[in-house]
Design a protein around this ligand. Structure first.
Ligand SMILES: Cc1cc2nc3c(=O)[nH]c(=O)nc-3n(C[C@H](O)[C@H](O)[C@H](O)COP(=O)(O)OP(=O)(O)OC[C@H]3O[C@@H](n4cnc5c(N)ncnc54)[C@H](O)[C@@H]3O)c2cc1C
Length: 486
């Protein structure tokens, strides 16, 4: 098959999977008012691979490296800087063209690419073959994936083996000659109820007495024993929003319960090799934060654009303190863009797999997450209180009061009141809404907490070199020795 249509993808979700949302069991996932939004956002990604525009098609459809057949570019295992840069471009163009990210293949392949790279490091041929065969399965059937990494974790101060019960971290409960049986729960998994395949990697490093938790595999979303319990989501545009002329783009996260799920051996990428669990979690985090920084660039561009536009609608674009704030916002966005590009240009090679620079990737993610709220405050400041209190589209459309709004809610005479109202509502969505609060929390936690990024920065940065240079400068060690550090 190679490239599926949007309809084929939507139909594939009617496969008997067990999905709950807001307390109700859902049988028709694409037909559900909230989950359908997730499905349509992902389906829009399938429309890109079917595009008639050669520029779009070339970006989203790649050639199978051996057969030359068309495959979704997500299924190209990165081997070069160009592969990494194309991945960034593809993610960013998706957002520009769709108005949201059909996220899932990205994180699924972040897991698989990491499993591939680590199987090579382990020297385990069977895992390498399993990953390669599974990748062929994804390529051939053009499947949507999700990446299930975050375990529910119970008491965070305790390791998996010390918890009140053994299931706070996903683990192997049985092994047979045909496969393994796993139990546990992964949480916050983006686009999970609308994925065809779930790819699992360990959430953290495991120790020798936690070998059963060092497990990675892929399993179909409708496998026996799997239940999805989904986040409520925002649903369709309300009557009051000014966006009704375009589709809502949103992805639902789910908690996935694995209740004694059987996984055949040929879908297992790690089972018990606790010594490599850290490398797998670490390599996944690098791939995944690289995906994250790639998609964060266009999202913060839109946020920055709201500030620029609101400054103009309010007639303030030439005022000194507003210009200083816009400069800060622009520097934030452009630093993120520059670091993202640099991470792709300085990959670390694991065998023939190009892993984006772990140091730069983590710096970029930390830059994004640690400064986001500060930038948000600037956007809110520039826009004015109207982004909290604005009348809505129903008021605008009511002839009794329309003229008051038209008359009093104008700004700079260069723009119509309607244009200003639309931008107020767009800014409200990004800076003062249930949706924006969700994104503020997502910024802090998704793709790992800031502490996790700091840990990886410390592990990757050349601290010895800094120290040697300082010691040389202080005359503690000879100067030549100081400059020899890595
Ligand atoms: C919108 C969204 C989408 C997501 N999508 C996915 C997805 O698709 N797949 C996936 O696998 N995950 C996903 N995640 C999960 C994300 O990676 C986690 O939220 C993140 O790793 C933090 O884990 P947590 O939420 O369990 O928070 P916690 O681990 O509870 O962290 C809370 C705080 O406690 C600190 N902390 C935790 N444990 C310790 C410790 N032992 N010692 C010291 N400090 C500690 C953390 O640093 C943080 O400051 C998503 C999250 C969000 C919000």
């Amino acid at each position: 098959m190679g490239i599926r249509t949007a309809d084929q993808y939507l139909e594939s979700l009617r496969d008997g999977r067990r999905v709950y949302i807001r307390g109700e069991k859902v049988d028709d996932i694409p037909g559900h008012p909230i989950l359908g939004i997730t499905c349509n956002t992902i389906a829009a990604g399938y429309e890109l691979t079917a595009s008639d525009d050669p520029e779009v098609k070339d970006l989203f459809v790649a050639k199978h490296p051996e057969t030359g057949e068309p495959i979704n570019r997500h299924f190209v295992t990165p081997k070069t800087q160009d592969d990494l840069q194309n991945r960034t471009k593809m993610i960013q163009r998706s957002i520009e063209l769709i108005g949201g990210l059909p996220f899932g293949k990205d994180i699924g392949t972040d897991c698989l690419n990491a499993a591939f790279a680590v199987a090579g490091q382990m020297g385990k041929r069977e895992y390498q073959e399993n990953a390669a065969n599974f990748l062929e399965h994804l390529r051939k059937n053009d499947l949507h994936t999700c990446g299930a990494v975050t375990c529910v974790k119970g008491d965070r101060s305790k390791e998996p083996a010390q918890q009140k019960h053994p299931d706070y971290y996903l683990h192997v409960v049985d092994k047979t000659k045909d496969g393994i049986v796993v139990k546990g729960s992964k949480i916050h998994i983006t686009s999970a109820p609308a994925a065809n395949e779930i790819i699992v990697v360990p959430t953290r490093q495991m120790r020798e007495n936690e070998a059963e938790y060092a497990v990675s595999f892929a399993v179909p979303a409708n496998a026996d024993g799997i239940t999805f319990i989904c986040r409520g989501g925002r649903g369709a545009w309300s009557e009051g929003e000014f966006h009704a002329d375009r589709p809502v783009r949103e992805l639902t996260e789910a908690m996935i319960v694995f209740d004694n799920v059987f996984v055949p051996w040929d879908r297992v990428f790690m089972c018990g090799e606790w010594q490599y669990s850290m490398l797998l979690a670490y390599t996944f985090a690098t791939f995944h934060r690289f995906t994250a920084i790639s998609y964060k660039v266009p999202s913060v561009e839109v946020l920055a654009g709201c500030a620029v536009a609101m400054a103009k609608y309010n007639g303030l674009e030439k005022v000194g303190h507003i210009r200083d704030k816009l400069a800060k916002i622009a520097a934030y966005v452009e630093t993120l863009r520059a670091l993202t590009n640099a991470a792709a240009r300085e990959p670390v090679m694991y065998g023939d797999i190009a892993v984006p620079s772990p140091l730069i990737t983590n710096m970029a993610k930390l830059h994004f997450a640690s400064k986001y709220h500060e930038i948000m405050a600037l956007v809110q400041d520039i826009s004015g209180g109207i982004i909290a209190t604005s009348p809505d589209r129903r008021d605008w459309n009511n002839p009794d009061i329309h003229d008051y709004l038209e008359h009093y809610l104008g700004g700079s005479a260069k723009y119509s009141t309607l244009e200003r109202m639309k931008m107020i509502h767009e800014t409200m969505r990004h800076a003062c809404s249930h949706e924006s609060a969700f994104h503020e929390v997502t910024t802090v936690h998704a793709e790992g907490s800031m502490a996790a990024q700091n840990m990886m920065i410390l592990a990757e940065a050349p601290l010895d070199r800094y120290e040697a240079l300082a010691k040389a400068s202080a005359g503690i060690i000879p100067r030549e020795e100081g400059f020899r550090g890595k």
